[in-house]
Design a protein around this ligand. Structure first.
Ligand SMILES: NC(=O)c1ccc[n+]([C@@H]2O[C@H](COP(=O)([O-])OP(=O)(O)OC[C@H]3O[C@@H](n4cnc5c(N)ncnc54)[C@H](OP(=O)(O)O)[C@@H]3O)[C@@H](O)[C@H]2O)c1
Length: 217
C-alpha cells in the first residue's frame, strides 16, 4: 500500500521503517522537505521503497496516512498536509496531546469533553480518522511480540471500514485479531489519550516504557 507517515520523530521513523520492511511504499512527511531526521531515516531504507517530502507531499502519496506528529502540533501539521490530500483516506492517529513546555510530567492539552482524535476528525471531516497505537511506545507499536504475554491495543473511529483497514494493518505489525479492542466512535479517544497520565506514571514507577494493558474479563 502507499502510506504517508507524517512525523520524523522516534515514532515516525520506527513506524515508517517497519512499514517499508512489510513492503509498503512509504513517504515520510515533515515541515521541511530537507528535514535531517527524515534524511537520516531515508539513508537506512532500501532503494526505491521510501521517500521523504513535506507533509503535503507525503499525504498526497498515501492511500493511508499516519499522524505521528507532536500532539500539540498535529492540527497544524495536518492543515499543512492539506484537506484535499486527506479527503476519503484512512487517517491513523497515533498522537497524544502532551505539552512538555512546562517540564515533566507533561500536561494533556485536551481532556474530558474532547480529544485530539475528535479535533482532527472535526478539522478534516472527509478524512476517516482512527485512533490507535497511542497507548504503547514506538517499539511495541511495530513489535508487540516484545511482550510475551497477551496484551491489547485499542481502535476507535466513526468509520467502521476505516477501523477494519487499521485492524488489518495492526495484524501485519504483529497484533493478533484478538488483541485489538474496538472502543467504538472517535469520542473514545478521550479515554485512550487520558490514559497517558497513567502511562507516564507507570513508566516512571517501573523504569521501562515496554509495558502494556492486558484487558482481563
Ligand atoms: N514516543 C513514543 O513512544 C510514543 C508512543 C505513543 C504515542 N506517541 C505520540 O506520537 C507522536 C510522535 O512522537 P515522537 O516522539 O515520535 O515525535 P514528536 O517529537 O512528538 O513529534 C515530532 C514531529 O512533530 C512535528 N512538529 C513539531 N512541531 C510542529 C509544528 N509546530 N508544526 C508542525 N509540525 C510540528 C515535527 O515536524 P518536523 O518533522 O518538521 O520537525 C515532527 O515531525 C506524538 O504525538 C506522541 O505523543 C509517542
Amino acid at each position: 500500500m502507499r502510506i504517508a507517515v507524517l512525523g520524523t520523530g522516534m515514532v515516525g521513523r520506527t513506524v515508517a521503517g517497519r512499514l517499508v520492511e512489510l513492503d509498503h511504499h512509504v513517504v515520510m512527511g515533515s515541515r521541511d522537505a530537507g528535514n535531517p531526521h527524515a534524511a537520516g531515516w531515508l539513508a537506512t531504507q532500501p532503494a526505491g521503497r521510501a521517500e521523504t517530502g513535506t507533509f503535503a507531499d507525503a499525504a498526497a502519496h498515501g492511500e493511508l496516512v499516519v499522524n505521528a506528529t507532536s500532539g500539540v502540533a498535529s492540527l497544524a501539521a495536518l492543515a499543512a498536509a492539506g484537506e484535499e490530500n486527506l479527503a476519503g483516506k484512512v487517517l491513523l492517529d497515533v498522537a497524544n496531546p502532551l505539552d512538555f513546555s512546562q517540564g515533566m510530567p507533561p500536561s494533556l492539552t485536551v481532556v474530558n469533553t474532547d480529544s485530539l482524535g475528535e479535533r482532527i476528525q472535526r478539522a478534516h471531516p472527509r478524512a476517516r480518522v482512527v485512533k490507535a497505537l497511542n497507548t504503547v511506545n514506538a517499539d511495541l507499536m511495530v513489535h508487540p511480540e516484545l511482550i510475551e504475554d497477551e496484551h491489547h491495543v485499542f481502535v476507535c473511529g466513526d468509520d467502521p471500514a476505516a477501523k477494519g483497514t487499521v485492524a488489518q494493518l495492526l495484524g501485519e505489525l504483529g497484533w493478533p485479531e484478538s488483541s485489538v479492542v474496538d472502543l467504538g466512535g472517535i469520542a473514545a479517544a478521550r479515554g485512550t489519550e487520558m490514559y497517558l497520565a497513567l502511562w507516564l506514571a507507570l513508566a516512571q514507577a517501573t523504569g521501562t516504557a515496554r509495558f502494556n494493558i492486558k484487558v482481563v474479563r
